[in-house]
Ligand binder design. Structure first.
Ligand code: ATP
Ligand code: MG
Length: 370
């Protein structure tokens, strides 16, 4: 039986002085999903597995934690040649096919160098009637020799990679319910951001699909937050004062202002959107600048999908299961009372003139207070 899991982290190993902060954040995130004692060693963690562990559950949970490069269910033994051989044979017996030994000698005081130990262990195991194969083995027997103990395992399971959620601070994502913004939120989580999703709606209640998308992203961070803001009053005011071809941009400018208020509330240090250069009318360079202009001197605005192909975005949306929910029809508030061909190269001065006729500050304030 496996008695532990070892977890390797990638990028965070490179972080110099911040290393222990990164490691501790990752441990905290693992603890939110998995019971069991986590022991921190240099360069990896070990979780002790109680006998009644549900391995499938542990595997699925570890696959949702950013910062983990790979992990393996292991058998552990003393760092001693004879003990390792004994354990190795037990492991080999539970597997089918040919094997190849891959030793990593982290403990340099271990007397036998890795290539030599690969050979020696291979030969000794074969004496028990099992078959080694050097060029095309069915599986590898990994022997990870550490000072305290030696781990044996046959499978490295890939993790999500990236950075542990929390190490980069907080990010407010303008979260629409379309294909793109859930992917953008996922990308920012993968760079270590705690996410606050902010959704604007004009239906009487937030639509079910938004809640479903939120649940899907919760898989990666159980503490993710959703803020829903009723946008109807602002839109009604904009519709009265603004020529239809500029409305979309002015809606967007309000969205950024409101998202910035949410960022202040949670002490977030950036915003993100699902915008993608040239994808639709509102996403020309000029329009993107004009849209976020009211707040860009106050806070970072990131657009993680800016240069991706739509096919790549869809691929990712499928991988994280948001795609099938995102394509369900819903009442997109941005398309309310706007023409088929909105302005694609808006001039800031025209926009500012329209906004002069609106009490922007008051509208933001009363909307956020509701
Ligand atoms: P998405 O697939 O994310 O809806 P899109 O390609 O449909 O993006 P737009 O609808 O033009 O593009 O929206 C651009 C970005 O503006 C979105 O990715 C999102 O970040 C933000 N946004 C649009 N509508 C809303 C909304 N109702 N609530 C919150 N954010 C929104
Ligand atoms: Mg959209």
């Amino acid at each position: 039986m496996y008695d532990s899991v070892i977890i390797h982290y990638g990028e965070i190993a490179l972080k110099g002085k911040n290393r222990s902060y990164f490691e501790n954040t990752l441990i905290k995130n693992i603890k939110k999903k998995i019971n069991g004692k986590i022991i921190k060693y240099r360069g990896y963690f070990e979780i002790k597995l109680p006998d009644d562990s549900n391995l499938e559950e542990i595997e699925s949970a570890l696959k949702t934690i950013f910062g983990i490069e790979n992990f393996s269910f292991c058998y552990t033994t003393k760092t001693d040649v004879k003990e390792i051989e004994k354990k190795a044979f037990e492991v080999i017996k539970t597997n089918k096919g040919t094997f190849k030994v891959k030793t990593k000698r982290a403990d340099k005081s271990f007397p036998i160098k890795s290539p030599e130990f690969n050979r020696q262990l291979g030969i000794n195991l074969e004496k028990n009637g099992v078959k080694a194969e050097i060029t095309d083995p069915d599986y590898y027997l990994y022997v990870d020799i550490q000072q305290e103990k030696t781990y044996l395992y046959t499978k490295k399971i890939s993790g999500l990679g990236g950075l542990p959620i929390g190490v980069s601070g907080k990010c407010v994502c303008l979260f629409s319910g379309g294909i793109d913004s859930p992917v953008a939120a996922y990308q920012m989580m993968g760079r270590g951001c705690k996410m606050i999703l902010v959704h604007f709606y004009r239906t009487p209640e937030v639509e079910q699909k938004i809640l479903e998308l939120f649940e899907l992203l919760k898989i990666y961070d159980p503490d993710i937050i959703l803020e829903s803001i009723n946008f109807k009053n602002i839109q009604n005011n904009v519709i009265m004062e603004v020529s239809s071809k500029y409305r979309l941009l002015i809606y967007r400018r309000f969205m950024f202002r409101l998202a910035y208020e949410i960022a202040k509330k949670y002490k977030a240090n950036c915003l993100c959107t699902g915008e993608n250069l040239g994808q639709v009318a509102s996403q020309t360079m000029k329009n993107m600048f004009v849209a976020s202009q009211p707040i860009i001197s106050e806070i970072n605005v990131f657009r993680p999908l800016i240069a991706m192909d739509k096919t790549e975005i869809i691929q990712l949306a499928k991988e994280i299961n948001t795609f099938k929910i995102s394509i369900q029809p819903y009442e997109e508030c941005c398309s309310f009372m706007i023409p088929k061909h909105p302005e694609t190269h808006a001039q800031l001065k025209d926009i500012l003139e329209y906004e002069d006729n609106l009490d922007v500050e008051e509208l933001v304030k009363e909307t956020i207070q509701k």
